[in-house]
Write a protein that binds this ligand. Structure first.
Ligand code: 1HN
Length: 326
């Protein structure tokens, strides 16, 4: 070791005692040439995961758990409850006759329905009955509770902006112990219902009519973002969501964007190449494409993918970028 290097080492050690750090040792990491995060590409196979959801149903009640959820943990953030660098995903189970008590919080949520029919989530007292493939929003600070009056287990994917709100240290929560529970109505009675629920049948039909008109994107197949009907913007301030359809045999062009994206397979089968990995997926599987990782899809059987990301937030901050092809 040269005397200069040695002198620097001692200096760095002393700096640390003053709670100071030399920028020049970490500038390239702090301000990289292109996006970098700990978020890893990952795939969760539903067939493999389903028995663990079922076991949770035997081990703990919805009342005891408050929310009986298995959280998808990106391997880049062990113990971090992050499916990507910025967002959260978890499979929630509500058994017949169970209910999850009302609460509200600063985090925004979306529910994407996986299994079952006839349970509901109530948003500010308005019930939204769930069917496979439906998307239901719980905007920040709206009261929400779930109940399953049906005779089958109900499973949905919760998508929340928990890591963003945690990193901003801006989160609050209230339970409704002191609050009168909001009066409950069926969804059609309130106009807000329109903004909170996106039935699968409608979203699917819209994709089909786009497909019949030949509106096919070389990177995304037939794709339709879910939008807020009031302003045409993203469904929630922090999160964007889309539904896309691919015909059998399609191989998409390579694509990347700064929005780390979580995909849920609604129909069909195929594979996605992410960086150097290839994920083979089937119905209800979940996979992650991290920020700036090139990816492309190859579709084996007519496929529908739901996806959500932090694109909405990045666009507000002027940070969102994409690259097609390459
Ligand atoms: C939450 O409110 C729900 O309401 C599910 O179903 C998962 C994870 C963290 C924080 C709040 C729900 C959640 C959550």
């Amino acid at each position: 070791m040269t005397p200069e290097i040695n002198a620097r080492r001692g200096y760095y050690t002393e700096l640390a005692t003053q709670r100071l750090a030399p920028l020049w040792e970490s500038l390239a990491d702090l301000v990289p040439d292109a996006p970098r995060s700990r978020c890893r590409p990952e795939l969760w196979r539903y067939a493999q995961l389903r028995p663990f959801i079922e076991r949770a149903g035997r081990l703990i009640s919805a009342a005891e758990a408050e929310r009986r959820v298995l959280v998808l943990e990106n391997p880049g953030y062990p113990g971090g409850h992050r499916v990507t660098n910025t967002l959260y995903a978890g499979f929630q189970l509500l058994l017949p006759g169970e209910a999850a008590a009302p609460h509200r919080h600063s985090q925004s949520a979306m529910r994407f329905v996986i299994e079952g029919e006839g349970a509901y989530t109530a948003v500010d007292g308005v019930r939204h009955y769930m069917h496979r493939g439906d998307l239901i929003l719980t905007p920040a600070w709206c009261w929400h509770d779930h109940a399953n009056p049906s005779d089958a287990p109900m499973i949905w994917l919760d998508a929340l902006d928990i890591p963003i709100v945690a990193d901003l240290a801006a989160g609050f929560r209230e339970n409704d112990d002191e609050m009168p529970r909001p009066v409950e109505h069926d969804a059609p009675l309130r106009s807000t219902a329109v903004e909170c629920a996106y039935p699968y049948q409608q979203a699917r039909a819209a994709l089909e009519s786009m497909a019949s008109r030949g509106e096919i994107d070389s990177c995304h197949g037939v794709i339709r973002p879910y939008v807020n009907p009031v302003n045409g913007g993203s469904v929630l301030p922090t999160m964007s969501a889309s539904l896309q359809y691919f015909r059998t045999g399609i191989r998409t062009q390579t694509y990347r964007s700064t929005a780390s994206t979580t995909f849920v397979v609604v129909e069909g089968a195929g594979s996605t190449q992410v960086g150097g990995q290839r994920f083979e997926w089937a119905e209800n599987d979940v996979f992650v494409v991290p920020s700036w990782f090139p990816s492309w899809h190859e579709v084996e059987r007519d496929a529908v993918l739901f996806s959500y990301s932090d694109r909405a937030l990045q666009e507000k901050l002027g940070l969102w970028r994409e690259q097609r092809g390459g």
